[in-house]
Design a protein around this ligand. Structure first.
Ligand SMILES: C[S@@+](CC[C@H](N)C(=O)[O-])C[C@H]1O[C@@H](n2cnc3c(N)ncnc32)[C@H](O)[C@@H]1O
Length: 643
């Protein structure tokens, strides 16, 4: 992404030389935010007594409109549960520009500090920031408005159009933008902008807004206030925010990385959680491994997998920081992670990938063998990708921290063999038919077992993996990696006496059967040219559940019986049109990226259950939709229609 260039004019107004325009009126940024945007969208009346209120802004700039709106929301005793602001930005400003601009407004100081502390790297996609303890969620949408707007899922209640002047920045004022706003608008949504140009009024009117010209702010003669009135033919989808959840209780089956993250994201919304697992103590299954790594994924074309992992990686890092700040430190070691190339050819491809994607160095960069060896404190024969914010964590400690934070009621050592829906509640039963627990919302976070409890033609495959704990003869005799390694070898120094080496897929999309038998000590000597003086070895095996596309299943589960009854008609549908099980969600099929998927999937599910906008683009939500395998089966005629 190209960063913003911001210079201050003599009167102190921030100016963008690349657009030849100011970021806000010279008559005052905060005053303009209040008069043009907040009052122009008829706030606070519009948000009074609304549980969730959603604002979409075109042009985040220096964030004055967002902070002013958040401050007005927080100051209003009639405010609801949560304000969501989605703000688009093609050229993110730097922290210093934000600080300088916010320092003129001491009334925004607390929110500004929170914003700047979480200010993301300039990476394309959606970045969710939690402000004021979750009373305000800001989703920064980095990229071009033309691509971003079609990728969002509505509805929104208010729109701020705040591009640079239409003559200098026409992309922000196109008819496409106005039509996209109409698609995303809730019935009666308000829209405001400081410009009253005829083309804008005409474009908004043609898109379905009723437009009024009002006296302008400062030296502007006029501004626009508008309201969306859907045409008679438009069937408006039900607004998820209007249906308040009956009881804020979620039942989670599965106490691993997936389930514990679900508990955390629901708890951040003040939902109670109950978690059931066969294991005792927790965690069992694939989460019983000693260490798990978290790092980005890069591809030259920024494929869906890379975009999803980026979103998941950043949300996980932020959620773990939040846990630590709340006194439940999960002990994440995010001090960098090295992905080592298998061979010279892969090393060259990794270098090309970095020059093609040009990510910020703080996200990912290429290091040759010498530079990588220096970072890792080891003599390595190959370089690869260096992920500055990557690292590792002990799943057991993470899960404990998340469940403690969420004050989850944990029922361990009980196997759920059947679930049933009574209309209002999902119930979980054991083998003897005893009811274990119930709640209006149920999340299956129990890997392959989820498919047994709620069959949905999921294409899940078990893949055995192995971690080998190597106790060293004497600390100091072996050179341990200073950071976590992945790629050609997966290794984490748990402490000065213990090295953990994991089996990996060896650069292939899937492991060969004999991968798990491959001797980790040999792998290590091959890569570093030095044998490990091992005292003892202990193997920990775990079976991960993967999907053919290496993407997880996260979201509302399909109602396979209802879909099969309408099989012929649904063959041409999209996965999102398939019938669903009300209140029944899935979070499984995480494969080798459990940490990267955990918070992303949990946040998506918590948002759906609580009627809030999603933390990711809709094509990314579609890519992990648990109904996609059922749709494939319907399309290929692999299932017998019942209707
Ligand atoms: C007038 S400033 C916004 C000021 C901002 N609302 C505030 O409160 O500080 C306009 C912003 O639109 C952004 N922008 C320009 N063209 C864009 C595009 N095509 N897509 C997304 N953002 C764009 C600019 O980088 C700039 O930050």
């Amino acid at each position: 992404m190209t960063a913003a260039r911001v210079i201050l004019r003599d009167d102190g107004t921030p100016f963008a030389p690349d657009y030849g325009d100011v970021y806000h009126s010279a008559d005052g940024a905060l005053a303009q935010a209040r008069a043009v945007f907040i009052e122009g969208c008829h706030m606070p009346q519009r948000w009074a007594h609304r549980r969730i209120f959603r604002v979409l802004e075109a042009g985040f700039g220096l964030g004055i409109n967002t902070l002013a709106t958040a401050a007005a929301w927080l100051a209003d005793p009639a405010r609801g549960e949560r304000l969501h602001v989605f703000s688009m930005e093609k050229h993110p400003a730097g922290r210093a520009d934000l600080e300088r601009s916010h320092s003129a407004h001491p009334e925004l100081a607390v929110l500004s500090r929170e914003l700047i502390a979480q200010w993301p790297l300039p990476l394309p996609g959606l970045h969710r920031l939690w402000l004021a303890d979750g009373a305000v969620l800001l989703t920064l949408c980095f990229g071009d408005i033309d691509k971003l707007l079609p990728s969002l899922e509505g509805p929104f209640d208010a729109f701020y159009l705040d591009g640079f002047a239409p003559a200098r920045n026409p992309a922000m004022w196109s008819d496409r933008v106005f039509r996209a706003c109409a698609r995303l608008a809730a019935e009666g949504a308000t829209l405001a902008t400081w410009s009253a140009a005829g083309a804008i009024r005409d474009g908004l009117t043609a898109a379905g807004f009723t437009v009024e010209r009002k006296p302008g702010f400062g030296r502007k003669r006029h501004r626009i206030e508008a309201q969306y009135r859907p045409p008679a033919w438009r069937v408006m989808a039900a607004d998820p925010a209007t249906a308040a959840p009956a009881a804020r209780e979620v039942l989670i089956i599965g106490g691993g990385i997936a389930g514990a993250a679900v508990a955390q994201q629901f708890a951040r919304r003040h939902w109670k959680s109950t978690l059931v697992d066969t294991a005792s103590p927790l965690p069992g299954g694939a989460s019983a491994i000693r260490a798990a790594t978290l790092h980005p994924h890069l591809s030259p074309d920024d494929a869906v997998l890379s975009r999803l992992v980026r979103n998941g990686f950043l949300q996980a890092v932020a959620a773990w920081r939040m846990l630590a700040g709340a006194g439940h430190d999960p002990g994440a070691r995010l001090d960098g992670l090295a992905e080592i190339a298998e061979d010279a050819a892969e090393e060259a491809a990794m270098a090309r990938c970095i020059s093609r994607c040009a990510p910020p160095a703080a996200y990912a960069c290429f290091l040759d063998a010498a530079a990588m060896s220096a970072r890792c404190g080891l003599q390595l024969s190959q370089g690869g990708h260096w992920y500055e914010q990557g690292g590792w964590i002990e799943p057991r400690a993470l899960i404990a921290a998340q469940l403690e934070y969420a004050a989850t009621r944990v029922i361990s050592g009980r196997e759920v063999t059947r679930i049933a829906h009574t209309g209002a509640l999902w119930q979980a039963f054991d083998r003897d038919g005893q009811r274990i627990a119930d709640a209006p919302v149920l999340v299956l976070a129990n890997a392959a077992d989820a498919a047994r409890l709620c069959p949905g033609h999921y294409r899940l495959r078990p893949h055995p993996g192995l971690q080998t704990l190597i106790a060293l003869q004497a600390p100091g005799e072996a050179v341990l990696p200073a950071v976590a390694l992945t790629g050609a070898v997966q290794a984490v120094a748990l402490d000065p006496h213990t090295l953990l080496i994991g089996s990996n897929y060896g650069g292939r999309p899937e492991p060969d059967a004999d991968d798990v038998h491959c001797d980790p000590l040999e792998r290590w000597s091959h890569l570093t040219g030095r044998p490990l003086p091992a005292l003892s070895k202990q193997a920990i095996s775990a079976t991960r559940i993967t999907t053919p596309d290496h993407l997880p299943l996260a979201g509302l589960l399909p109602d396979a019986a209802a879909a099969l009854a309408r099989a012929t008609e649904l063959r041409g549908a999209q996965a999102r049109d398939l019938p669903r099980q009300p209140g029944l969600y899935g979070a499984f099929g995480y494969g080798a990226r459990g940490l990267a998927w955990s918070v992303l999937a949990a946040e998506l599910i918590a948002c759906r259950a609580n009627g809030e906008p999603l933390p990711l683009e809709r094509e990314l939500a579609d890519a992990i939709d648990p109904a996609r395998h059922l749709l494939q089966a319907l399309r290929r005629g692999e299932v017998e229609p019942t209707g």
